[in-house]
Design a protein around this ligand. Structure first.
Ligand code: DOR
Ligand code: ZN
Length: 346
């Protein structure tokens, strides 16, 4: 039985760090574990210029402990009016690592998202040309589509056509939640990858709805049936370089979650790596954690591996019921339970 595991320091290829006091409260949790992270641009207002991204990056750095060695990788929020030249310049200047496609009104702060992918084809063509990755929130928003089907329908109505039209565009299908998404990604070339969250590996939709409505298990895309969770676990632990770590940690204050209309998002940053380690351990795949957490993401993005190492040990991490920070009360994923792995302080 493996009791300790030393791997290259991992990166988080999808995280919401927010802004203001929330940023101050949550950023240190991500920086504790990860060397780099892809920072989501769905602030209010969204990050739609290089100047806004550079200023946000500064605020992130200011929110970190001074000894922190963390690099935020910024993203551009695509709108119907996105300008290919601005994006290409921001990418060439090293400000934007990638651009994010939110279908309009798919999730938190996505009202300015893209209403029809056809409207941004010139931008996507340019991104293909310059090798800039497109990060996709893969859900349709059509009112006639059941919320549990929105990801699968997105593949048929949008993503499949996009991959055919722009066969060399690098695309990350973000936070996949279905067997259909796993299969789709598996059927495509190496320029199509996917991130998988800890929560979608741990919970199915029962966690949200059995025994009462549990808002802290609600996120988008919403957790699906057990068969899908099992498909995600298989993909994540398969050793395929197409699937890599992206927490989608998405904090909301407790009152915004525990509400008649609760916000979507699971705050998993505080124990993300311990949470993934539990899954890989349960699947007998601890030897594959490093690929998923620390190698396949950099491979996809064309970035170097981190030189630093991090050690995990089989020892209990008790997860508190809630965390406080900057006057903000937050409920972490796994609140009140005990994870069987811990990060050994370096
Ligand atoms: O659950 C989610 N929360 N899904 C998203 O896509 C956005 C995120 C947020 O920003 O709160
Ligand atoms: Zn997200």
């Amino acid at each position: 039985m493996i009791d300790t595991l030393t791997i290259r320091r991992p990166d988080d290829w999808h995280v919401h760090l927010r802004d203001g006091t929330m940023l101050e409260a949550v950023a240190p949790y991500t920086a504790r574990q990860f060397a780099r992270a892809i920072i989501m641009p769905n602030l209010s207002p969204p990050v739609t210029s290089a100047a806004a991204a550079a200023a946000y990056r500064k605020r992130i750095m200011a929110a970190l402990p001074t000894d922190s060695n963390f690099t935020p990788l910024m993203t551009y929020y695509l709108t119907d009016d996105a300008d290919a030249d601005d994006i290409a310049k921001g990418h060439a200047d090293g400000i934007f690592t990638a651009a994010k496609l939110y279908p309009a009104n798919a999730t938190t702060n996505s009202a300015h998202g893209v209403t029809d992918v056809a409207k941004i084809m010139p931008v996507l063509e340019r991104m293909q040309e310059i090798g800039m990755p497109l990060l996709v929130h893969g859900e349709v928003t059509d009112g006639d589509i059941d919320i549990f089907d929105r990801e699968a329908v997105f593949i048929d109505r949008v993503l499949d056509g996009l991959v055919r039209a722009l066969p060399d565009l690098k695309i990350v299908f973000e936070h996949i939640t279905t067997d259909q998404a796993v299969q789709f990604v598996a059927s495509t070339g190496p320029n199509i990858g996917a991130t998988i969250t800890p929560h979608h590996l741990h919970i199915n939709r029962n966690a949200m709805l059995v025994g009462g409505i549990r808002p802290h298990a609600y996120c988008l895309p919403v957790a699906k049936r057990e068969q899908h969770r099992l498909a995600l676990r298989k993909a994540a632990t398969s050793g395929s370089p197409k699937y890599f770590l992206g927490t989608d940690s998405a904090p909301h204050e407790i009152h915004a979650k525990e509400s008649a209309c609760g916000c979507a998002g699971i705050f998993n940053a505080p124990y993300a790596l311990e949470s993934y380690a539990a899954v890989f351990d349960e699947e007998g795949a601890l030897d594959r954690l490093e690929g998923f957490a620390s190698l396949y993401g950099p491979d996809f993005y064309g970035l170097p591996y981190n030189d630093e190492r991090i050690t995990l040990a089989r020892s209990v991490s008790p997860v508190p019921e809630h965390l406080d920070g900057s006057g903000t009360k937050l409920v972490p994923f796994h609140a009140g339970s005990r994870l069987q792995w811990s990060i050994v302080p370096s």
